[in-house]
Design a binder for this molecule. Structure first.
Ligand code: IMP
Length: 425
C-alpha cells in the first residue's frame, strides 16, 4: 500500500513520529516538497534525531529515502544531515537518493529571504532558510537544479547568470555587498562531488519501485494551512504541502496513491505570523507550550498554541482527501479540567463552518467552542484505545464525528513506543 502523510494543521503536528511508526510498512520514503524549513523529530533508543531534508524513516534498517524533485535542497544542510545519519551507522549511499530535478538553494536565496522579511510591511515569520526565494527562481525559470550541479559547464554558466542578477539586486535595491561568484562556484563544485553518487532520475526510480511492488510512504512537510494554495495566504510556505503536491513533487501519477493520512495534534499550534483563531490566552499558552515542548525543531522559536480547531482540521480532511487521522500529543492535555473544541466561527451574526479564504473575515471571526470534561489522568502508558480514560475516549470520538473520518493512530508521548494503531488506515 502507498501512503501519503500530511499535516492537517499549521505544521509541527508530529508527522515525524507518525512516519517513524508507519515506516515498518514501507520500503521507500519520499519527501515531495519544502526543504530544511521542516523539522521532523524522531526519538529512537532514547536518542533524539531531527530530520530536516532527509525522509525521517531512515533510522529503520533497510529503508531507502528519496528527496523528490519538488523539494528545494540546501547542499550544506543536506551534507550535514547525511554526516549525522552516517555516524548512526546508516549506509547513506544506498539509503539516500536525490532527484536530479530538485532545485538548489544558494546563499543568495537565504540572504534574500532575510532581507525581504526585514523590509516587508507584514512579516511572514519565515524560517530564514531561503525556501521562498528558491521557489521564486524555480517559477521564474532561472533556478538551478541538481542535474545542473552535476554538469560543470552548465552549472558554471547558470551560476554566473544568477549571481550577476542577484548582485545587482543586492547592490542597487538593498545596498548590500555582492557575493563572490568564484567562491560560490568552488564551494558548490565541492558539493557536487560529494552528492553525485546519491543522484537518480526520480521519476524512473519511483516508477521502477512501483513496478517491483515496493511500498511507498510520502512524507508531507509543514501542513495544510501553510500550503501555498490552500493555506492562510500570504502567511504560508512556498510549496504544496497538501496531498495534491505529491504527484508534482515526486513525479508519480495520482493512481499510485492508496491512502492519505492526516496528522493533527490534540490541540493546535503555529509558528510565525498569521491567523490562529483558537489561540490561548497567555497563562494557558505558557502551560501548554511548556508541557508540549512547543518550540520549533528548526528555528527554536516558541510556537503559538490554541484549542483544537475542527473547522481547520475538517478543511484539511477535505482538501487532502484524508482516509483517516492520526492524533498526536494527547498526553499534553492530561491535566486539563475542561477541554474546548472549536466547532465553528461566529462571523457577522452567523455561524460558519467553512474555513474562510479572506483573512480579513477570519480576523473578525470568533471561535464557537464546545466544552468537554478533561480526563485528569496520565495517558502515556496506554497501549490501546480501550486503555485510555473514558473522557479521553469521548474527546477522540467527538473529533472523529466532527472530522467525519476515523482516527487510525494515537500518540501519547514522544517515545516510539508511546503510539498505537486504532482500527485500520
Ligand atoms: P518558510 O517556509 O521558511 O518560507 O516560512 C513560511 C511560514 O511557514 C512561516 O510561518 C514558518 O514559520 C512556517 N513554516 C515553515 N516550515 C515549517 C515547519 O516545518 N513547521 C511549522 N511551520 C513552518
Amino acid at each position: 500500500m502507498n501512503i501519503v502523510i500530511v499535516g492537517a494543521q499549521w505544521g509541527d503536528e508530529g508527522k515525524g513520529k507518525v512516519i517513524d511508526v508507519l515506516t515498518e510498512d514501507a520500503d521507500i520514503l519520499i519527501r515531495y516538497q519544502g526543504g530544511h524549513n521542516a523539522g521532523h523529530t524522531v526519538i529512537a533508543d532514547g536518542h533524539e534525531f531531527i530530520f530536516h531534508l532527509i525522509p525521517s524513516g531512515l533510522l529503520h534498517p533497510g529503508k531507502v529515502g528519496l528527496i523528490g524533485n519538488g523539494v528545494v535542497i540546501d547542499p550544506e544542510a543536506l551534507l550535514d544531515e547525511l554526516g549525522k545519519l552516517q555516524a548512526r551507522g546508516v549506509d547513506i549511499i544506498r539509503a539516500v537518493k536525490i532527484s536530479d530535478q530538485a532545485h538548489l538553494i544558494f546563499p543568495y536565496h537565504k540572504r534574500l529571504d532575510l532581507l525581504e522579511e526585514s523590509t516587508r510591511a507584514g512579516r511572514i515569520g519565515t524560517t530564514g532558510r531561503g525556501i521562498g526565494p528558491c521557489y521564486v527562481d524555480k517559477v521564474a525559470r532561472c533556478g538551478i537544479r541538481v542535474a545542473d550541479l552535476c554538469n560543470p559547464k552548465v552549472f558554471a554558466e547558470k551560476l554566473r547568470q544568477n549571481v550577476t542578477e542577484k548582485n545587482r539586486l543586492f547592490e542597487l535595491l538593498y545596498r548590500e555587498p555582492p557575493l563572490s561568484y568564484d567562491e560560490l562556484l568552488a564551494r558548490y563544485s565541492g558539493y557536487a562531488k560529494q552528492l553525485q553518487s546519491h543522484v537518480v532520475n526520480g521519476v524512473r526510480f519511483l516508477h521502477d519501485a512501483v513496478a517491483q511492488g515496493k511500498r511507498l510512504l510520502f512524507e508531507g512537510a509543514q501542513g495544510t494551512l501553510l500550503d501555498i494554495d490552500h493555506g492562510t495566504y500570504p502567511y504560508v510556505t512556498s510549496s504544496n504541502a497538501t496531498s495534491g503536491g505529491v504527484c508534482a513533487g515526486a513525479g508519480v501519477p495520482p493512481t499510485v496513491i492508496d491512502r492519505v493520512i492526516g496528522v493533527a495534534k490534540a490541540y493546535t499550534t503555529r509558528v510565525g505570523e498569521g491567523p490562529l483563531p483558537t489561540e490561548f490566552a497567555p497563562a494557558l499558552m505558557e502551560q501548554i507550550r511548556t508541557k508540549g515542548k512547543e518550540f520549533g525543531a528548526t528555528t527554536g522559536r516558541p510556537r503559538r498554541c490554541g484549542w483544537f480547531d475542527a473547522v481547520v482540521a475538517r478543511y484539511a480532511v477535505i482538501v487532502n482527501g484524508c482516509h483517516s487521522i492520526a492524533v498526536t500529543k494527547l498526553d499534553v492535555l492530561d491535566e486539563m479540567e475542561t477541554i474546548q473544541i472549536c466547532t465553528g466561527y461566529r462571523s457577522g451574526g452567523r455561524i460558519i463552518t467553512e474555513f474562510p479564504a479572506d483573512l480579513d473575515v477570519l480576523a473578525r471571526c470568533e471561535p464557537v467552542y464546545e466544552s468537554l470534561p478533561g480526563w485528569r489522568a496520565e495517558t502515556g502508558e496506554a497501549a490501546s484505545f480501550e486503555e485510555l480514560p473514558a473522557a479521553a475516549q469521548r474527546y477522540l470520538k467527538r473529533l472523529e464525528a466532527l472530522l467525519e473520518v476515523p482516527i487510525c493512530l494515537i500518540s501519547t508521548g514522544s517515545k516510539r513506543e508511546q503510539a498505537f494503531k486504532v482500527g485500520c488506515w
